[in-house]
Design a protein around this ligand. Structure first.
Ligand SMILES: Cc1ncc(COP(=O)(O)O)c(C=O)c1O
Length: 393
């Protein structure tokens, strides 16, 4: 009899894409929805970046290229790392990838065996859980607590380490909470990883999206220069508004990057060269666009946090990075699934239940503020009307 593989039964995907499909169906039926559900910048990619890709296409860069990435792109990534993280990796430590998402798969596949354990934040980016289960690996969630501003607590990580732990995944600034870990906390996690001789995957896709000077970005890669155990996952989707381009970059120990590169070669051959030319321009060109987007995101974050804190039964921290807020909605008298459903179906506001990101997200919802201030005001007004109406009943 024909049947699916055991692994296929464990693929979960990303729940937000299912919500997006439902929202789009409602829109096709003529419903007006305010979107807070998906982490996709509402800005278009900068024209200089688009021009670099077009130029490359016109010049005939339409063929296979090196599986590890164009040499110029890898060097540009080394330069960017030197500027942001104060060390220059060797070119052999850099792998150019089709997005940051797939780096999680490459790393887990190359570093962890079925039956082993990987420590992840709970709640976390759902890809971590889906990849781990697909690979037969046990995710061990470390609860992010509101009273700790959703920062991963090193003591909790220590308590979660067992002799089966092979990898610790950290993500700062974090999806879904926007939390930014403090440098000393990241140092502690690094020391722990060294003490237990496990790998550390640092998902730094939001590294350019940090708001306040007091909250500065810090990476465990600054400790070992990605030579010993740190693998950095980075990508162009968020800060450069390039989600549709599918471009990312992994930096890690040379032997690990070599294997991850072979996996990329096996599954995707290479990243399109014209996409990489766009990436080089994103790194080397003017950063004015990124600065302008960040200024706008900061204004939106502040408005959204203030607005949410004014809603009955809702309280919300002001996160230090990324473009998400993660309000506690327990005071609204609904669980997070009901809250998200009521807001979508009855108020026309799309938010995601926090538990889509792991059990630690129960009692919370995630909103992405990659949408205009006007939409934020409208979304807040709709939520207020719905919550006040409910309270009156
Ligand atoms: C924490 C985190 N890592 C990785 C990704 C994937 O990004 P990419 O578009 O580069 O695959 C996302 C996207 O939402 C994310 O939130």
């Amino acid at each position: 009899m024909k049947k699916l593989s055991a692994a296929a039964h464990h693929i979960e995907g990303q729940p937000m894409f299912k919500v997006l499909a439902r929202v789009q169906e409602m829109e096709r039926q003529g419903r007006d929805i305010v979107h807070f559900e998906i982490g996709d910048p509402d800005f278009d990619t900068m024209p200089n970046i688009v021009a670099a890709a077009c130029k490359s296409l016109r010049e005939g860069e339409t063929h296979y290229t090196s599986s590890m990435g164009l040499h110029e792109m890898r060097v540009a990534s080394c330069d960017a790392t030197a500027a942001s993280r104060r060390f220059r990796p060797g070119v052999e430590q850099v792998l150019i990838t089709p997005g940051a998402n797939i780096i999680v798969y490459y790393a887990v596949r190359c570093l962890v065996d079925p039956g082993d354990e990987v420590i992840v934040p709970d709640p976390c980016f759902p890809t971590y859980l889906s990849v781990l289960r697909f690979c037969g690996v046990k995710p061990v969630g470390v609860r992010l607590r509101e009273e700790n501003e959703f920062r991963m607590n090193p003591a909790d990580i220590r308590a979660a380490i067992t002799d089966r732990t092979r990898l610790i995944i950290i993500n700062s600034p974090q999806n879904p909470t926007g939390a930014l870990m403090k440098p000393h906390e990241i140092d502690e996690v690094f020391d722990m990883a060294r003490e237990h001789d496990v790998y550390l995957l640092s998902d730094e896709i939001y590294s350019r999206m940090v708001y306040d000077d007091e909250h500065r970005f810090y990476s465990p890669s600054m400790r070992d220069q990605c030579r010993e155990r740190t693998i950095v996952a980075n990508g162009f989707s968020k800060a450069f508004a390039m989600t549709g381009w599918r471009l990312g970059c992994a930096i890690g120990p040379e032997d690990v990057i070599e294997k991850m590169g072979l996996l990329l070669e096996t599954t995707s051959s290479c990243v399109p060269p014209f996409i990489q030319r766009a990436g080089i321009e994103a790194i080397r060109g003017s950063q004015e666009g990124v600065r302008a987007m960040m200024a706008e995101y900061r204004t939106r974050r502040d408005r959204l946090v203030d607005g949410l804190n004014g809603l009955p039964g809702v309280r919300c921290l002001r996160p230090g990075g990324a473009f998400y807020v993660f309000p506690n909605i327990t005071g609204a008298g609904m669980d997070e699934h009901t809250f998200a459903q009521v807001m979508l179906e009855e108020a026309g506001v799309a938010v995601l239940p926090g538990s889509n990101f792991g059990p630690g997200g129960a009692g919370f919802v995630r909103l992405c503020y990659a949408t205009s201030l006007h939409n934020i005001e409208e979304g807040l007004a709709r939520m207020r009307r719905r919550l006040e109406h409910r309270k009156g009943h």
